[in-house]
Design a protein around this ligand. Structure first.
Ligand code: GRF
Length: 197
């Protein structure tokens, strides 16, 4: 079994889906946020999971911030990391500390629409289908090996909020599926190819 830390900056609905999955809940050693007021921290506390806050502004830059995040993860005993709406880019040196052990949830079908405006970009391109990608993190943003994807249709009258809500329904079912396989050691990576055992 691989214990995990979950990093979240916002509401934490994906975190909640992990907490609500019996095979995953006991594996969550830590919930870490860069935002002291993140509702995700309240969800962790309510579940009795240890929390930590590492503030961006308390550090000299990305490297120092990432080092502090990595130290907190290691101290918790977690060997894997799930980025569940963590809105900071981590330095390559942190990614090297957890090779193919950091999972990210991204609200588009990568490689389409990487970046922080994925839902808005999908709308402005007027695509008919977008979705969610769960992938391992490498040194480039929203780029690492794809573990799983699920589509979400775009409705003609969608705005960013309605489309994001439809994508998040898929996230909340796909993310626990992937993380359950990960904590059980059932995912293997060769180059860009991820296999489920
Ligand atoms: C999700 O839509 C995820 O795809 C993106 O950030 C959002 C986090 O939502 N990376 P929540 O905090 O899990 O509710």
């Amino acid at each position: 079994m691989i214990d995990i830390a979950v990093l979240a900056s916002g509401s934490g609905t994906n975190l909640q889906a992990l907490i609500d999955t019996p095979d995953i809940r006991p594996r969550i050693r830590l919930v870490l946020s860069d935002k002291p007021a993140a509702p995700a921290l309240g969800r962790a506390r309510a579940a009795g999971i240890p929390t930590a806050v590492v503030r961006w502004g308390d550090h000299a830059g990305r490297e120092a911030f990432s080092e502090a995040v990595g130290d907190a993860i290691e101290e918790s005993g977690a060997k894997g990391v799930v980025l569940a709406g963590f809105m900071r880019i981590l330095s390559p040196s942190l990614i090297d500390r957890f090779p193919n052990r950091i999972i990210n949830i991204h609200p588009s079908l990568l490689p389409s629409f990487p970046g922080a405006r994925a839902v808005r970009d999908a709308l402005s391109h007027a695509v008919k289908v977008t979705g969610v990608t769960v992938h391992f993190v490498d040194e480039k943003v929203d780029h690492g090996p794809i573990i799983a994807q699920r589509p979400a249709p775009v409705a003609p009258d969608d705005d960013e909020a309605s489309l994001h809500a439809r994508i998040q329904v898929e996230e909340r079912s796909l993310c626990p599926e992937v993380v359950r396989a990960f904590v059980r050691g059932e995912l293997s990576v060769e180059g860009r190819k991820v296999s489920w055992m």
